[in-house]
Design a protein around this ligand. Sequence first.
Ligand code: 5GP
Length: 237
Amino acid sequence: MTKGTLLYEGKAKRVYETKDKDCFIVSYKTDATAFDGKKKGSIEGKDRVNNLMSARLFEVLEEKGIETHFVKVLEEHEMVVKRLEIIPVEVIVRNVAAGGMAKKLGLKEGTPLGKPVVEYCLKSDELSDPMINEDHIEVLELADKEEIQTIRKMALKINQVLKAFFLERELNLVDFKLEFGRYQGRVILGDEISPDTCRLWDLKSGERLDKDRFRRDLGAVEESYLEVLKRVTGMIN
Ligand code: 5GP
């Protein structure tokens, strides 16, 4: 399969058309941004880590009956995906207070939450991805009631599967962001699952092994991404 017209270029990925009208090629980039694009940089090898890690996790989720847009890995930094009609909502699931939630609610980062918390944000750079609720999603006609319930159920199931998967690899899944889309009338999982979109803390040391190392200038960014890839896929380098 070869890349056709470039359809879309985002902060972390390019999406290309293919000859197959039901498939796109996603090409991951090394570019890294944070704080609504105010902080810019690049993380060497991030394109490969995010692609291969997402591919493995999509496989794990499919094995557990969760439909994703993943079709196959094409190159180390590229995958073939199903062509989705993206629902422009970021779905965040949290197990531990950190980042935005810790700040907003005055909680100490690292405070365990009694149950997973699902949040929604409108995907809008212009508005800085404001938090919205299920009623907003409905009145903005981003998704209907039934789709919203499906998304919430899928997000919680994905959390259950991923939390256990990461735990076996001595990683604490603190929180993560998902995106969903429509495919042949069904809501399925899209986007990526990577250190860019998850907070992953080493189970023993509590060390952050995710994009917060870039956001907060903690150093060892590339090494941390590679460490996560190693634990997720068993790859040595
Ligand atoms: P927070 O709301 O605390 O900033 O983010 C919660 C979780 O969702 C974190 O794991 C973070 O990486 C992810 N997340 C939230 N918004 C975005 C986004 O716009 N881009 C990316 N890559 N991740 C996000």
